[in-house]
Write a protein that binds this ligand. Structure first.
Ligand code: SF4
Length: 190
């Protein structure tokens, strides 16, 4: 593959998917960035469901992230609550309507139809390669990985369905181990 070929392919795929999201989201007054933010809060764990983490995840300014959140809040797709331990911290979670709209719109149908035509092996290879590209890019750029908890170097398995965060020392539920985290640090390759 030539040096810029991967970039051009990713750009083209990204444009097609964004165009689909723009089309389907318009019915609900949502832009692709709004759906991206909804997707983030649907996956974010308890250390990451904050406006500050959204800002870092999207790589936008604080003002842009606040505007995005305001739109989602006004449409009744997310709700904000004060953290029970620290009232200065705001937590964001999807409402039932937010979850159902996200499930209906993302990923777009075009992605589902494309996956149905590709074999499982191709899809697994693709996911592996893209993850590798993403991790290198984040390393070069010095940005947080926002990876899945189970793949973090601080993740501790202490028995069947018994997990703990080695960084905070707090226990983790099985479903939390599948969420993404602001504090994630990729485990070294075995
Ligand atoms: S183990 Fe890592 S990813 Fe999981 S909660 Fe702790 S810091 Fe976050």
């Amino acid at each position: 593959m030539q040096r810029h070929q991967g970039y051009e392919l990713l750009e083209r795929i990204g444009s097609l998917l964004r165009a689909e999201l723009r089309k389907s989201g318009a019915e609900y007054g949502l832009q692709p960035a709004h759906l991206q933010a909804l997707g983030f809060f649907a996956q974010a764990n308890r250390y990451s469901n904050t406006p500050a983490a959204l800002t870092e995840y999207l790589g936008v300014t604080k003002g842009t992230a606040s505007q995005t959140l305001l739109v989602l809040e006004n449409l009744g797709l997310v709700k904000k609550t004060e953290d029970i331990c620290d009232r200065r911290v705001v937590r964001v979670e999807l409402t039932r309507r937010g979850r159902s709209i996200l499930a209906a719109l993302a990923p777009p149908e075009l992605w589902g139809a494309t996956c149905a035509k590709l074999g499982k092996r191709d899809l697994d290879d693709l996911a592996g390669r893209l993850e590798q590209v993403l991790r290198v890019m984040q390393q070069v750029n010095g940005t947080r990985t926002f990876g899945v908890c189970r793949t973090c170097r601080h993740f501790l398995s202490e028995g069947a369905s018994k997990f703990r965060c080695g960084l905070t020392r707090e226990p983790l539920k099985a479903e939390e181990s599948l969420k993404i985290c602001r504090e994630h640090e990729a485990a070294p390759a075995a």
